[in-house]
Write a protein that binds this ligand. Sequence first.
Ligand code: ADP
Length: 267
Amino acid sequence: LFDALADQAAIAIERIQLVADVERARLAAEADRLRTALLSSISHDLKTPLAGILGAAGTLNDYAPSLPETDRTELVSTIIEESERLHRFIGNLLDMTRLESGATQPNASLHFPGDIVGSALRRASRMLSRHRVDVALPSDLPMLKVDAVLFEQVVFNLLDNAAKYAPPASTIAIQGWRDGGHVLLRVVDEGPGIPPDDLERVFDSFYRVRKTDHVPAGTGLGLSICRGFVEAMGGTITAANRTDRPGAVFTIRLPIPSQTDSVKGPS
Ligand code: ADP
């Protein structure tokens, strides 16, 4: 009996090892695939704006004196816009690295949500120039204990996405309200929205929804940075779709610090 049991145990161990080997090989292949996808995505995101900058700068260099003023202005705008895109992309990569290495520690102090939204809007003004922006923040929103730099980056990333995925001339709304002990801030757009199965996954690093032929350039990092920063400040961020028409809704929820419950915002 003992020998029979020992044989069975040996067979079971062999099977487990086989399954483990297959699983290990699958994980290694998956890691390889992710690394390759990541490298090709990053190379693409660096190359596309650089190609635009080089092309425009080359044309200016070769033909500037004979070009009409409007063409020159357009080429200079391309150089500025593409450089800003590169700058944002590299900024996102750096934010992500800092977040993952634990080097980003929130430096919290009291701020009115409206002030943070205002500075994010100013920073995003160029990329929002083709959209209508509708800000609805009540004047009595209480102050929040947040890191102004991180919070502004979160709002900026959400506005960046809304401008990227929603068509020109559509409206991007920023809404805020108080819900008990929390302040909620929402960025709502009129773009295609997000497939229901992807609503949670869009916050994963490097995750991008690919459902159309034309996907705007991006890294799949913006929203994971948003979630990392919001959670570092003690809040939550969620994605949803509009119910009245196509469009995405991102909601940030941050706790109101108890000692400032009665502090009111400027009118
Ligand atoms: P990126 O925009 O660089 O791809 P993000 O992490 O900011 O990375 O977003 C992840 C994915 O979520 C995007 O690739 C896009 O598919 C989807 N997404 C984000 N914001 C929106 C939006 N406002 N409307 C529709 N899809 C969006």
